[in-house]
Design a protein around this ligand. Structure first.
Ligand code: AP5
Length: 220
């Protein structure tokens, strides 16, 4: 159980696939009682449930491409309107295109405006190893890594005993495509948010505990 901390942030975690956004978002959201809104997790739940949205999204996700903006924007708007996300939240994996960022700006005004955008900076060479070795718990969603964060038993989650799975988009072909999509469609958001003076850069190529402590400082 992480130590409870007081934070009233409404922030975006921005960074390449494998930069550690989900790992850190889960921890800080638990500690500060923030809503953790991960578009990747929401889409994977839709895929697992076999919903229409999930069927539509699966092909894009497995190929390492972005799901169309109109699908994602509607999903996030509905999620942010829920009671637990009124005051403080972390958006993990959204926005990922300029169109999504503009839509977010339009839906957040006045007291609901963004407080921070945290950019998780990690060199590309490190990202590939992180993605290829990632394992996720099919039951509680905990994120592990075969070398950096191994479980006691190779196929079971230490937190809940659930089965560990490898994400279908963590195969080498999909990893390459995701990094390419990040460079062309998501990296331009760095300039977008820098121009609006909300961007804070985090060196996320360090041990997770060090990254966490630095993140807390940036989110104050
Ligand atoms: P999504 O699930 O959002 O994937 P992503 O952004 O590609 O990010 P990842 O979840 O791969 O990485 P992460 O930064 O969270 O890293 P993690 O903490 O897991 O999206 C998946 C797909 O859904 C997209 O490709 C797209 O199709 C679709 N989608 C989602 N949002 C969308 C949107 N807005 N628009 C359109 N389509 C959208 O860490 C990775 C590994 O590294 C783990 O094994 C972890 O243990 C390890 N690790 C973490 N931190 C460290 C550290 N400091 N040192 C060493 N290892 C570390």
């Amino acid at each position: 159980m992480p130590m409870a901390i007081a934070l009233q942030a409404r922030c975006v975690f921005l960074g390449a696939p494998g930069a550690g956004k989900g790992t850190q978002a889960k921890q800080v959201a638990d500690a500060a009682a923030l809503a953790h809104i991960s578009t990747g997790d929401m889409l994977r739940q839709e895929v697992a449930a076999g919903s229409e949205l999930g069927k539509q999204a699966k092909g894009y996700m497995d190929a390492g491409k972005l799901v169309p903006d109109e699908v994602i924007i509607g999903m996030v708007r509905a999620r942010i309107a829920q009671p637990d996300a009124k005051a403080a939240w972390i958006l993990d994996g959204f926005p990922r295109t300029i169109t999504q960022a503009e839509a977010l700006d339009r839906s957040l005004t006045g007291e609901s405006a963004l407080t921070h955008v945290i950019y998780f900076a990690v060199p590309e060479a490190a990202l590939i190893g992180r993605l290829a070795g990632r394992r996720t718990c099919s039951q509680c969603g905990a994120i592990w890594h075969v070398e950096n964060k191994p479980t006691k038993r190779a196929d079971k989650c230490d937190a809940c005993g659930g089965d560990l799975v490898q994400r279908s988009d963590d195969r080498p072909e999909a990893i390459g495509k995701r990094l390419e999509v990040y460079r062309s469609q998501t990296a331009p958001l760095l300039a977008y948010y820098r121009d609006r003076s909300v961007l804070r850069e985090l060196d996320a190529n360090r041990a997770p505990e060090v990254v966490y402590q630095e993140l807390l400082k940036l989110m104050q």
